[in-house]
Write a protein that binds this ligand. Structure first.
Ligand code: FPP
Length: 253
């Protein structure tokens, strides 16, 4: 694993980052190409952002790669995205290993095509012992679906007597989400200038700082990642409380 080099952001470092990768289609259209070429170009950004996050010592990066709503897209685009996903999961194995990245997935994984699921399972197994960045791909993911799936499991445990309904709190609910080990994102980035959450990690982003990048995902590279991190470093996080007097002056401003 390569040595970690944290950039000086002039403020707190975002340990957990989540990204809504938007604008692949627009990027391609602007260049007179078909939408799918935007998705293909988006893979280069996924690779660069993953390796940069790993080398900066980011703990967790969660990428919105395919939403439950994306099943409504034309069949040909879905098929292309699934093929791209499978190829990514196979081709990126050496890069993931070299950078100590552990790959995980969240979402309704059972709804993916079998060959993509196999490649996903094998990459998860291969990278299981890696101790650096955890790269989570949100696949066939929707936050409302995640909450519905969680509540269904939780209700079954309550009716089986395995869980006391009176003791349910935030942390209990977290245990029923797709990946209970996932920390809440410090920083949520969305590309292509849109100001929406699009059903992504609604429970987990309750107190995330949001950064909107104007560029489309295929143009989101290391400089844009650093801009997002620097923007985060200027934020004052109060979680509904007050900033304490002993905080550095910059935070009290
Ligand atoms: C949004 O762009 C992007 C997606 C729906 C898919 C994201 C997928 C990739 C970056 C490539 C595959 C990733 C992995 C990890 C294998 P859009 O198509 O909605 O763009 P538009 O809003 O301009 O139409």
């Amino acid at each position: 694993m390569k040595p970690i080099e944290r950039p000086d952001l002039g403020g707190p470092f975002p340990e957990n980052i989540a990204i809504i990768m938007d604008g692949n289609g627009r990027w391609a259209k602007e260049r007179g190409m078909r939408r799918v070429f935007g998705h293909k170009a988006g893979i280069d950004s996924v690779r660069e952002i993953t390796t940069e996050c790993a080398s900066m010592g980011v703990k967790s990066l969660t990428l919105y790669a395919f939403s439950v709503e994306n099943w409504k897209r034309p069949r040909v685009e879905i098929r292309y995205l699934m093929r791209l996903l499978r190829r990514f999961l196979i081709d990126e194995r050496p890069t993931l290993m070299e950078n100590g990245v552990r790959l995980k997935a969240i979402g309704r994984i059972d709804s993916l095509p079998q060959d993509a699921r196999d490649a996903l399972h094998e990459t998860e197994e291969l990278t299981r012992e890696n101790t650096g960045l955890v790269l989570r791909l949100a696949l066939a993911y929707g936050a409302r679906t995640e909450l519905a799936d969680a509540v269904r499991k939780l209700a079954k445990d309550v009716s089986a007597g395995a869980l006391d309904a009176d003791l349910i709190d935030d942390e209990t609910l977290r245990q029923y989400l797709y990946d209970p080990e996932m920390s809440d994102p410090d920083l949520l980035v969305r590309t292509a200038g849109e100001l929406r959450l699009s059903n992504f990690l609604l429970w987990q982003v309750s107190y995330s700082e949001i950064h909107i990048a104007r560029c489309c995902w295929p143009d989101f590279r290391k400089p844009q990642l650093l801009d997002a991190m620097k923007d985060y470093a200027t934020r004052v996080r109060k979680y509904g409380g007050l900033v304490m007097d002993h905080a550095p002056a910059r935070e009290r401003a």
